[in-house]
Design a protein around this ligand. Sequence first.
Ligand code: FES
Ligand code: FES
Length: 154
Amino acid sequence: MHISLQVNGTPHRLEVRGAETLAEVLRDRLGLTGTKIGCNAGECGACTVVLDGRAVCACLVPTPRMDGAAVRTIEGVTPAEGLSPLQQALVEHGAFQCGFCTPGVVMSLTALFDRVRLPSEHEIRVALQGNVCRCSGYVRLIEAAKAAALRLAR
Ligand code: FES
Ligand code: FES
């Protein structure tokens, strides 16, 4: 089937197989490998992207749901030069180790920051509840997210 979708502001028309997920389309057809595939079952959050304004697991988005959608990926929130304020805060707080989960974390927080000007710690925790990080823990991550939220709200 043919689908049309926008990814990071760029329109695409693609012929896809019925069983392809958004994560596969992004990585294999569009070369946007910043979106990671971990569990491929909606459990880890590594594949999180923003779909029509909401953070979703791209490994669970079936082909028909992509048609007409607007998608933002980690490539779309990373400036050509340097890092976004959120990414900078993650680095400054040492909020990750292997980094495999980090693109998904950034996209979950991006969706939250787009929706809520200055989210509370509770809202940050809720936004990250689907993002599993097995190596760094969440203390620094939460601190980084709070620092980024403050910077973005100024
Ligand atoms: S790869 Fe999609 S939730 Fe784990
Ligand atoms: S930094 Fe390794 S899984 Fe999160």
